[in-house]
Design a protein around this ligand. Sequence first.
Ligand SMILES: [Zn+2]
Length: 334
Amino acid sequence: MNYGRIITKNLLKYYEVAPDVFAAITPNRGLCWSNAGFINKGKGLVYDTFFDLNHAAELKAFCTDLQGHGPQYVVNSHYNCDHTWGNQVFSDSVIIMHKNAVQERLSEDPKMWDRIIREGHKGGVGEQWIQNQIKGFDLTGVKWQDPDILIEANTKIMLDDMEVDIINVAPSHSESDLLLWLPKEKVVYCGDVVFGGAIAYSAEGMKLWSKALDFIVDELKPEIVIPGHGGICGIEFVKECKDYFSTVMSEFEKHYEDDLSPLEIAKKCDISEFLHWLQPYRLFINILALTNDRRGLPTPADWNYFAAEMSNLKAFQDQKYGVIPWDPMSSWAE
Ligand SMILES: [Zn+2]
């Protein structure tokens, strides 16, 4: 990929993917290691604000260095904590979210996540699994910052002569997904609609999410894609994400049997094309969701159960396929 400026700071690496259009990328260490963006045109726009105030403050300092002030606009890709909890650092900006985000975000409590960072090792295998991944974040002082503008329809913002389209693709990854599309530059910021390691919690969710991926590939046809997590990519990776869900659904159909457990089905599913992704054993949750759907059962977010079965699937995949361990720094490749 051809970049303009590449600037590495303490926590984030900034890539200029088009003139004055930046991606702010974290090393992808798993849950909550998310990306953001900054457009240094007009009054300035930031897309997503990270999980904690340290990352958000570094992004804001980057904007201020380049522009002389903070951004006028913040657009959040969706409600999730790892994309919105830095918002309070940008409380002087106009914060724009999908109208469903305000309700959806009530499922996430900063105090609970703060406790997991500090004491997750005491909370069973699920909390331990989460704690291992979110080491390096500090949720001190994090509180929800209410948005200023709630949208549902596609919305255009002009940054000087640059057109920026906010495109509603919800429901897909969540009920509040907004893409940020630069039609002239052919750059799209996707939030968690695009990332390797996707988990959907229902068959219907997987189908809707796949539709949003099709929309990016067939309608937007971007040249540069900034995913919610992981390194900058292109349209090929968006197709790969779509292929992942198609493979998961077809492998599930091939191997589903009434008397098999979700783990037994997951072990039979061949996702060997996707073993270079972060935590390919996340497959367990996708298969669990499809199995429960088939059996008319709900899929509650029981992370101790998820983590225990994911670790069983990991051991199986490592042994069968010789999975190469994920390198978080691969997200910072140039
Ligand atoms: Zn995320």
